[in-house]
Design a protein around this ligand. Structure first.
Ligand code: AMP
Ligand code: ZN
Length: 272
């Protein structure tokens, strides 16, 4: 199956409707650019969302690529400037957090902050029903595998091509159209389509454990990565049972939807 067929099949499984307005989180990389390109090509109603992390030349190149892509696709782009909104760049925010919480890895902190911003901003944009991200087969196989190695399969309970069983007015459901598509194939596709994309890796992605897992996973074939996710799909009903019975609540500090009394974002930083 080629990239387009795979993504089409995933969208069908997700049950995405043509009349739903979708906010595509576009980082400047190949994956989210491919998501935006394909959703637009197939007539979905999309708008773009980019977080400018303020990380020097890398962020500038990402922003330029995102602007170019949105212009080419003729879609609206919503920008969130982290320096303006939160006072400093992702590097400083993270360094400050790490002074107190020494064990926390760069990507883990950045991931929590980006997710929180995305959910909040998506809610403030009129008519947005879903957020689409560029997470691909390799990302998902790594995460699933890492959760197995940690002995914490319950952490995979909220994974999947779409967020399931969460109905909350403050939570925008997320979809991953590239959930079953291999990174290598996406790279080739984005090059073939000449999408404006930054191919360099984030300079702060030095999260050693994931890199170790990624290096190992890169020795696997696409078929084997697909098999890992087939195991995930087969086990999903059982994995869901490992989830705590408690549903979504609201963070006691910021009021955002959370699985705990204090949301992950507030556990890291306090924003008003
Ligand atoms: P990452 O966590 O960097 O692997 O990114 C996973 C997905 O999150 C990407 O495919 C994008 O959809 C989204 N994303 C990451 N960084 C940004 C950003 N700076 N602005 C908007 N979306 C982002
Ligand atoms: Zn909070």
């Amino acid at each position: 199956m080629d990239v387009e067929e795979k993504v089409k099949k995933t969208l069908k499984e997700i049950g995405l409707k043509k009349n739903e307005k979708i906010l595509v989180a576009i980082s400047g990389g190949k994956d989210s650019a491919t998501v935006a390109y394909l959703l637009k090509k197939w007539g979905y109603r999309i708008e773009g969302f980019h977080i400018d992390l303020g990380m020097g030349g890398y962020s500038e190149r990402c922003l330029a690529a995102v602007k170019k892509l949105c212009k080419q696709l003729g879609i609206r782009l919503h920008l969130y400037d982290i320096k303006k909104e939160m006072g400093s760049s992702m590097c400083y925010i993270r360094a400050e957090i790490q002074q107190e919480k020494k064990g926390l890895k760069n990507c883990a902190i950045c991931g929590v902050i980006k997710k929180s911003i995305m959910n909040k901003e998506a809610r403030s944009i009129k008519g947005i029903r879903k957020i689409a991200t560029g997470h691909n087969l390799d990302d998902e196989a790594q995460t699933f595998f890492m959760n197995i190695l940690k002995g914490s399969l319950n952490l995979s309970a909220n994974s999947g091509a779409s967020t399931k069983n969460i109905a909350d007015k403050k939570f925008t459901p997320r979809i991953k159209p590239l959930f079953y598509t291999a990174e290598n194939d996406i790279k080739k596709y984005s090059q073939k389509m000449k999408l404006p994309v930054v191919y360099e890796k984030c300079p702060c992605a030095i999260d050693s454990y994931r890199i170790q897992i990624r290096q190992f996973m890169n020795t696997l074939t696409t078929k084997e990565k697909e098999n890992i996710m087939k195991n995930f799909d087969d086990l999903f009903p059982q994995i869901q049972k490992l989830k705590s019975e408690e549903g979504l609540k609201y963070c006691e500090i910021c009021g955002e939807p959370s699985r705990n009394n204090i949301c992950k974002m507030c556990q890291l930083v306090r924003i008003k």
